[in-house]
Write a protein that binds this ligand. Structure first.
Ligand SMILES: Nc1ncnc2c1ncn2[C@@H]1O[C@H](COP(=O)(O)OP(=O)(O)OP(=O)(O)O)[C@@H](O)[C@H]1O
Length: 336
């Protein structure tokens, strides 16, 4: 049984103005478990950052309770909070004249004295954090010379150096290239497994979240927050409902989203394996419905990985052989 590290009771979040209050979300009653990677998904402006900032005590809640490890967040001193919650926000930090390692060392400040003197153990933790995020090559660079993605990794290493049981991250993968996105998500997932940390992050990287997260929170103006494993949310129809926009369909077979194609013609495919799958994908991307069940006077033999090229066949006509999918597309387009 997973332990709930964070309990939210009737939580309302938003902004208090002079004359009015903007409620971004209300009646949030749920928990975030330790040892799990939880990803918060939702459209622009729905309130993901507001929720993360409220849970991090960077902005006041409007109503309700936030219990972190069985204590109301308001009862924590700043020092206690900094030993409990590590936060990585998207805002650019304006740091000059500081190396990446020095910035990561600041993650140790909740544990060092007034002068911020690092001891042997602190240095070891800093080096371990650098190694975990694989940024040894950036450690001696000045922070203001780093790219957005590189700086993001440094901020994650700083949060790791802080050694808190809870880490909140606002769009940690936003500026990263695809392999780095995967790497960071897998790292965060692995940390929840190995250290039992509670990691809660917002992201627009839907596909990655669906493949890596233990829990998904779908945040929506109409339905509030819906929570579950990616697979339960899929089976219950929440995922397809949530992203039901024109042109995006949730594919139950793969558990992922795909662009819905509009088909103008169809072709029967003969073959199997990777070559079959790639030809089908290429044709469908080009508006040609293609699979082995389609009825058509023209068919494509994809062969398999032991055969070379592809064959376009028509009853009573010569077979056309092509070497690549690009040539296959060209040929089929010419014929249409
Ligand atoms: N300081 C503020 N005062 C008043 N309203 C705000 C403030 N900051 C944000 N908002 C509003 O609160 C709502 C939620 O914003 P928030 O930044 O939390 O959304 P988000 O889900 O993180 O969006 P995105 O995916 O675009 O980052 C939006 O309507 C936004 O305009």
């Amino acid at each position: 049984m997973k332990q709930a590290t964070i309990q939210l009771r009737n939580l309302a979040i938003g902004y208090k103005g002079k004359n009015d209050t903007k409620v971004v979300a209300s009646d949030i009653c749920t928990a975030i478990n330790g040892g799990e990677l939880t990803c918060l998904l939702g459209a622009n402006g729905v309130g993901k950052s507001t929720l993360l900032r409220t849970l991090s005590a960077f902005q006041p809640k409007l109503e309700g309770e936030i219990d972190i490890m069985n204590r109301e967040i308001g009862t924590y001193s700043d020092k206690e909070l900094s030993r409990t919650i590590g936060v990585v926000l998207t805002e650019k930090c304006d740091v000059r004249n500081m190396t990446a390692r020095e910035l990561i060392e600041m993650g140790r400040s909740p544990y060092t004295g007034f002068w911020g003197t690092l001891h042997g153990e602190d240095r070891e933790i800093v080096e371990r954090s650098i190694a975990l995020v694989k940024i040894e090559n950036l450690a001696d660079r000045m922070v203001h010379t780093l790219s957005d993605g590189e700086r993001q990794k440094v901020m994650i290493a700083k949060a790791l150096a802080q050694q808190t049981p809870v880490i909140f991250l606002d769009e940690p993968t936003a500026f990263l290239d695809f392999p780095s996105k995967v790497e960071i998500m897998q790292l965060l997932h692995q940390l929840t497994r190995e250290t039992g940390k509670t990691i809660f992050l917002s992201t627009h990287d839907l596909e990655l979240a669906l493949q890596i997260a233990d829990k998904i929170w779908l945040m929506d103006r109409q339905h509030g927050i819906t929570i579950g494993t990616p697979e339960d949310l899929a089976l219950e129809g929440h995922l397809s409902g949530f992203f039901a926009r024109k042109g995006i369909v949730f594919d139950m077979e793969t558990g992922l989203f795909r662009v819905e194609n509009q088909y103008s013609s169809q072709v029967r495919l003969v073959g199997h394996g990777h070559k079959y799958a790639m030809v089908r994908k290429a044709l469908q991307r080009n508006g040609i419905l293609a699979n082995r069940n389609v009825e058509s006077s023209v068919w494509v033999e994809t062969g398999d990985l032991t055969t070379s090229g592809f064959r376009i066949c028509r009853e009573g006509e010569n077979v056309i052989e092509v070497g690549t999918i690009e040539e296959l597309l060209e040929q089929l387009k010419m014929e249409n």
